[in-house]
Design a protein around this ligand. Sequence first.
Ligand code: C5P
Length: 224
Amino acid sequence: MNELKVPVITIDGPSGAGKGTIAQMLALELKWNILDSGALYRTLAYFMKKNAISLKNFSEKEDEIKAKFNVSFDPGTPGEPVKVLFENEDITSIVRTEEMAQLTSNLAAEPIIREFIKPCQRDFMIQPGLIADGRDMGTVIFSDAKHKIFLTASIEERAKRRQTQLKRQGLEVNMRNLLQELEERDKKDMEREHSPLIPAKDSVMIDTSNLNPEGVVKEIKTYL
Ligand code: C5P
């Protein structure tokens, strides 16, 4: 396998496993670029909703969408989510809701959507390096990356973390609903036909349930 010219560390795993926090910490420490692929899918879902674009008319509008789909990320500050900028407007709080996550998960199962997002993701490979966070970073998009991490955590711990994140955004959520939504979304992401959520064979698996973010980063550094 050819080695990538730009070093890439992939971080995959289910929702709430800590991918965003860890990707942010590594990107800030290494001064590397960051790709939050989940946010890329969320932004596309937001754009389609806003412009009344459906799966049916997606292909006829594809060139128009491509021309307008300018997404970038700012790792921001620790403790805050990675910022999502769409045409230079900060849409972080708009796309990081559970409602948008469910909508996104449905869309992300569609091959036409995955094919559209694929090249956008490779465009983030810029020197000095890239931290790529998602579900299929190590298996599909950067299958040629040298370093692959797969984060897991118990469903209870992941729901707790998601609740804290949403609370910080000023959103109140019911824990029972959140648990159910996370379970449904994980199931959909793991069982879909195209690019399902599975660990790459050459990935290192870290259970983050009983670790703080610094502990996870320490384990990753030991592996690197
Ligand atoms: O990571 P995040 O929760 O923002 O992702 C939202 C949804 O986007 C996921 O539930 C998943 O369905 C989809 N996704 C994906 N492939 C990725 C990243 C996210 O299908 N690489």
